[in-house]
Design a protein around this ligand. Structure first.
Ligand SMILES: CC(C)(COP(=O)(O)OP(=O)(O)OC[C@H]1O[C@@H](n2cnc3c(N)ncnc32)[C@H](O)[C@@H]1OP(=O)(O)O)[C@@H](O)C(=O)NCCC(=O)NCCS
Length: 158
């Protein structure tokens, strides 16, 4: 297995396979902004010539750090996992862990202070996966707007 940064050809492939890999319509989550503007740290895993996993993620400060005037220091960023997917035939083989380990290590090198991801309540696989990797899990009311509860995963890097 080989992990590397994403290319436009990889992004095209993600858009083609994502609904199948997730088992339902989710392709709007693979917005092109996650390649063109926020794809610097996005990753894919290949086995031979086949892509078997991807992680769309980016580093960000967010409005709370900006409000505190901390953004200029560059040391308050979060490594944020927007979307991860593993080929259904390659699950439970450590591909997701490999992607998270690499993205976490890249985020640490870039002086991020925390990792973060979210999912919707009921995504038990995602919850078990993040727990297995040592991330904290918290259910937050109204996270995504009124009445839109989310599961928030975090991991401190300092
Ligand atoms: C969630 C997902 C990314 C996990 O990827 P993966 O490559 O299968 O995960 P790994 O093999 O690295 O698993 C690491 C650990 O997470 C836990 N885990 C992963 N999948 C699990 C499952 N289906 N049930 C219970 N625990 C699970 C296990 O503890 C596992 O370690 P183990 O296999 O040694 O027991 C993958 O299942 C996926 O793409 N799912 C569809 C999309 C999705 O739900 N995405 C949301 C993820 S944030």
């Amino acid at each position: 297995m080989n992990v590397r940064r994403i290319t436009k050809a990889d992004f095209d492939r993600i858009v083609e396979v994502i609904d199948h890999w997730w088992g339902g319509p989710i392709s709007t989550f693979a917005h092109p902004i996650f390649f063109y503007e926020l794809g610097e740290h996005a990753l894919v895993v290949e086995q031979g010539v086949d892509m078997i996993g991807f992680l769309l993620g980016f580093l960000a400060a967010g409005p709370e750090a900006a409000a505190k005037g901390e953004v200029a220091s560059g040391a308050v960023r979060t490594g944020y996992v927007h979307l991860v997917g593993i080929h259904p035939e390659y699950r439970r083989r450590g591909v997701g862990r490999l992607l998270y380990d690499r993205f976490t290590s890249d985020s640490r090198e870039a002086r991020c202070v925390r990792m973060k991801a979210i999912t919707t309540p009921g995504n038990e696989v995602s919850i078990r996966f993040h727990l297995a990797l040592g991330w904290g899990v918290q259910e937050v009311d109204d996270y995504a707007g009124p009445g839109r509860r989310r599961i928030v995963f975090t991991k401190p890097l300092v």
